[in-house]
Design a protein around this ligand. Structure first.
Ligand code: PXG
Length: 289
């Protein structure tokens, strides 16, 4: 495995960063998780745009242009000769001292590109659907740490994941500070009611997921009404179908929420049709390498 760090390639056991890197010391940095399908990187430009937006928000200067970062990603994929891949782009504040002041990092951001074989979710998740639970940990307040920033500090989501696992569930629904449904720990959430799709708007403490946007795009093309609208837990419980979207999961059905059976307790028809369309999209769209 060849890993890109600041313009050079290293073998896995030699790919290391300093213990003084503020990505490690403070979670001070940003990242993206991207997938490639049959040598096509799905929505690469959208992921790069989001990475730069996250970086801009935390005043982290990425010392490459978007085009250069796309080239570096493609080069890493070529070097690793991976047809289907999971790509992790990480940009940290870089090496500083033990104080949190980012000025000590001298603008030496660390850029890391890891490309690996994709670890697919178990098939049973798609066939049987997920059992999920609402957890006590709420999603970060946009006024404190905006969930639009895909930062290296994922403790908010990790705590929620631990709570779901402790309860014997596959995923966690995280609420916002008002008690509305925000998202899951690494996925966005959708419900289907009377053949309409609903997903929380991004302003409610929800990451604007790229898979979420792809689903909204498919729905628009298919003339399925889709709404970005606040969702309560009640509306999730009485929905006909529920599913999660994310780069790793793609579109995964949910069949139980907080002990309530969703629809008939099986993955729904709308969800399955969307997954089929989504997989067709990943076969034909993307940056080739
Ligand atoms: N919400 C959150 C909080 C996320 O972290 C999504 C929604 C879905 O966004 P995309 O753009 O992927 O449709 C994410 C993305 C991981 C991992 O290793 C998690 C994500 C991305 C990549 C890797 O668990 N989450």
């Amino acid at each position: 495995m060849k890993i890109y760090i600041n313009g050079k390639f290293y073998e896995k056991n030699e790919a290391k960063v300093s213990v003084f890197d503020h990505g490690l010391l403070y979670g001070d940095g940003v990242f993206e998780g991207i997938r490639s399908y049959n040598r096509l990187v799905f929505k690469l430009r959208e992921h790069i745009d989001r990475l730069f937006e996250s970086a801009k928000s935390i005043m982290l200067n990425i010392p490459l242009s978007k085009e250069e970062l796309i080239k570096a990603t493609v080069l890493t994929l070529k070097k690793n000769n991976l047809k289907d891949s999971y790509i992790r782009l990480v940009v940290t504040r870089g090496e500083g001292d033990l104080g949190l002041d980012p000025r000590k990092c001298n603008g030496n951001a660390t850029i890391i590109i890891i490309t690996d074989k994709i670890n697919l979710y178990p098939d049973k998740f798609y066939k049987q659907g997920l059992k999920i639970i609402t957890v006590p940990t709420i999603r970060n307040l946009p006024e404190a740490l905006n969930p639009q920033i895909k930062s290296l500090n994922y403790l908010n989501n990790i705590l929620a994941k631990i709570e779901a696992t402790n309860a014997g569930c596959d995923e966690a629904i995280m609420l916002d500070s008002l008690g509305y449904v925000a998202e899951c720990t690494g996925d966005n959430i959708f419900i289907v009611k009377d053949k309409h799709l609903y997903t929380p708007p991004q302003c409610m403490g929800t990451l604007r997921g790229i898979t979420r946007d792809a689903v909204l795009e498919i729905a628009r093309k298919e003339k399925t009404p889709a709404h970005e609208h606040v969702i309560t837990r009640h509306e999730v419980y009485i929905s006909d179908e529920c599913f999660l979207t994310g780069t790793a999961a793609e579109i995964v059905p949910v069949v139980m929420v907080d002990g309530r059976v969703i629809g008939d307790g099986k993955p729904g028809k709308v969800t399955s049709a969307l997954l089929k369309k989504f997989r067709e999209l990943t076969k034909k769209e993307g940056v080739k390498y």
